[in-house]
Ligand binder design. Structure first.
Ligand code: FES
Ligand SMILES: [Fe+2]
Length: 473
C-alpha cells in the first residue's frame, strides 16, 4: 500500500486521532469529545449540506428551517429564487421563526417574537419598533438585513454552506452531479420521509452504507435469493461461503436466473421503497416469460435490457419524466449508493431512488432521515412531505432493510468502546470508501486547501464497494 495520508498538507498535531494507515481508522474518532468538537469547528462550517427539498418551498414566501449542530438556517423562496438566512433577529438574536419548522409568509414576512421587529421575504428589515430610541449607527439598513447564508441548488434540493470562501457546490460534488442528473434526479419527488434518532456517531451510521459486504449477514434474504451475485462479489469462491449465506447453484437455467433476479428486486422494493419502485416491480413481473437466450448469463443480461426499455417506455407513456434507462446506463454509469459529502447519499437503481441524510446530534447520537423519491406525471405528484414521520430506531414500521441496518448501528457504537479495540480494520478493496471519506474529514480538520478537498470529494463518486485511493493530499 503506497497511499499516504496525514502527509505534507496536514500540520502535525492539528487532527486528533489522525489516520496514519489508510486501512486502519482510529476508533476514538467515533466517540471522542475532542474529535467531535474538531468536526463541529472545522468540518461542518465548511461543507455543502443538503438543507431541504425544493418542492417543500414551491411559492414565494414559503420557507423551511434547516438545523445543523447549534445553527438554524431559514431556506426562503424569495421573489427571484432561493435565499438562505441565519435565523437570528438583528436586535438581540432571538430566532425569528417563532419555534415553527416551516411556513409561508409572502406578505407579512417575519416578526421577531421579542420586541416585534420585522423583515420581508428578501431579508430586508421593514420595521423597528420605537426607532427613535436607537442611535443612528445602530439602524444602518444593510446591517439590519438578515444575515444571508450561501445557498445553491442541485438535484431538486437546496444546499447551504456556512463558508463564504468554499468552492461552489458543483465544484465540490464533481462529475457525479451530472451523472445523477442524467438519471433524472431533479425530476424526482418525495413520496415519504421517515426519521429516527440513533444512539451512534454520525460516521458509524454513514459508513454502514458504504459497502455491500455486510449484505450476507445483515440482509440474508437478499443473498439467499441471488447467492451467485453476492458470492461473485464477496465470497472466497462461488461454493465456499464459509457458512455466511448460501453457495451458488450452478445449475440454474436462464429463466430461473431471471426469476431469482425479479424476486431480489421485489425484496429490495419491499425493503427500501424508492430504491426499486413498486411500479417497476409490476413491469418486471409482466416480463417473466419474455423470450430469452439459453445461456444463463446472457439470459439475465438480455432480460435487463428488455426490462429497462419497458420501464422507460411504459412510464414515459404515462407522462412520467424518466430517462432512457438503457442509454444512461452506458453514458452515465452510477453505483448502487452514491455519496454527496458529508452527509447525504442516494441509492439509484432504475427511475426512482432512496435518499438518506445523517446529522450529528452529539459524539454518540445522530438524526437519520430516509426519503423515497420517484418521478410523477405532471399533476400527479404525491402530497408534499414537509416533515419526516419520526419513529424509534427499533420500530417495526421502518421498511425491512433499514430495520436490519438499524439493528447493527447502535450495538456497533457500544462495541467501539471495548478495551483493546483500537481501529476499524478495513478491507482495502471493498471498504475503501470508508477510508477515503475519513481521510477527507482529516483534510478538513487539518486545514488542507479547499480546492484540494473539493477535488478529493470527486473521488467518492462511484466508489461504493471501492478501493482506497490517493486523495492528492
Ligand atoms: S430580539 Fe428581536 S426584536 Fe428584539
Ligand atoms: Fe444495509
Amino acid at each position: 500500500m503506497t497511499i499516504m495520508t496525514q502527509v505534507k498538507d496536514i500540520q502535525d498535531g492539528s487532527v486528533p486521532f489522525p489516520i496514519t494507515d489508510p486501512e486502519r481508522i482510529p476508533v476514538q474518532r467515533y466517540y471522542d469529545e475532542t474529535f467531535y468538537k474538531a468536526e463541529t469547528e472545522r468540518l461542518w462550517p465548511h461543507v455543502w449540506q443538503m438543507a431541504c427539498r425544493l418542492e417543500q418551498i414551491p411559492n414565494a414566501g414559503d420557507w423551511i428551517e434547516y438545523k445543523i449542530l447549534e445553527k438554524s438556517i431559514i431556506i426562503m423562496h424569495a421573489a427571484k429564487g432561493i435565499k438562505a438566512f441565519h435565523n437570528a433577529c438583528r436586535h438581540r438574536g432571538v430566532p425569528i421563526t417563532e419555534g415553527k419548522a416551516h411556513g409561508s409568509c409572502e406578505n407579512e414576512g417575519f416578526t421577531c417574537p421579542f420586541h416585534g421587529w420585522r423583515w420581508n421575504i428578501e431579508g430586508q428589515n421593514t420595521f423597528v419598533y420605537g426607532k427613535q430610541k436607537f442611535s443612528e449607527r445602530q439602524l444602518d439598513k444593510a446591517d439590519l438585513a438578515l444575515k444571508t447564508c450561501r445557498v445553491e441548488i442541485w438535484g431538486a434540493c437546496a444546499f447551504i454552506n456556512l463558508d463564504d470562501n468554499a468552492p461552489s457546490l458543483l465544484d465540490s460534488i464533481g462529475p457525479l452531479a451530472q451523472r445523477l442528473e442524467a438519471h433524472g434526479l431533479s425530476n424526482l419527488r418525495a413520496e415519504w420521509c421517515y426519521a429516527t434518532t440513533l444512539p451512534a456517531n454520525w460516521k458509524i451510521a454513514m459508513e454502514a452504507f458504504m459497502e455491500g459486504y455486510h449484505v450476507m449477514k445483515t440482509h440474508p434474504q437478499l443473498q439467499r435469493t441471488l447467492p451467485g451475485l453476492y458470492n461473485s462479489m464477496y465470497a472466497f469462491n462461488m461454493q465456499d461461503t464459509g457458512g455466511v449465506g448460501l453457495p451458488t447453484n450452478p445449475y440454474l437455467t436462464g429463466r430461473e436466473n431471471v426469476k431469482a433476479q425479479v424476486k431480489h428486486l421485489e425484496l429490495l422494493s419491499e425493503g427500501m421503497a424508492g430504491m426499486v419502485h413498486a411500479k417497476e416491480i409490476e413491469i418486471a413481473k409482466e416480463l417473466l416469460e419474455v423470450e430469452l437466450p439459453e445461456d444463463p448469463m446472457l439470459a439475465v443480461q438480455t432480460w435487463y435490457g428488455i426490462f429497462q426499455d419497458q420501464i422507460t417506455k411504459r412510464l414515459s407513456a404515462k407522462g412520467e419524466p424518466v430517462p432512457d434507462l438503457n442509454a444512461v446506463a452506458v453514458s452515465d454509469p452510477i453505483h448502487a449508493v452514491e455519496f454527496i459529502f458529508p452527509h447525504y447519499f442516494l441509492l439509484p437503481m432504475f427511475t426512482s431512488m432512496s435518499a438518506y441524510r445523517i446529522r450529528p446530534l452529539g459524539p454518540e447520537s445522530c438524526y437519520f432521515e430516509i426519503w423515497s423519491l420517484t418521478p410523477s406525471a405532471p399533476g400527479q405528484e404525491p402530497p408534499v412531505v414537509m416533515a419526516p414521520i419520526e419513529l424509534p430506531y427499533d420500530s417495526k414500521d421502518f421498511p425491512a432493510i433499514p430495520q436490519q441496518d438499524y439493528s447493527n448501528i447502535p450495538i456497533q457504537q457500544k462495541g467501539v468502546h471495548a478495551q483493546g479495540f483500537e481501529f476499524m480494520r478495513l478491507a482495502e478493496n471493498v471498504e475503501g470508501l470508508i477510508s477515503n471519506y475519513e481521510r477527507i474529514i482529516d483534510g478538513y480538520l487539518g486545514g488542507v486547501d479547499a480546492q484540494k478537498l473539493a477535488k478529493a470529494q470527486h473521488l467518492l463518486g462511484g466508489n461504493f464497494d471501492g478501493k482506497i485511493v490517493d486523495l492528492g493530499f
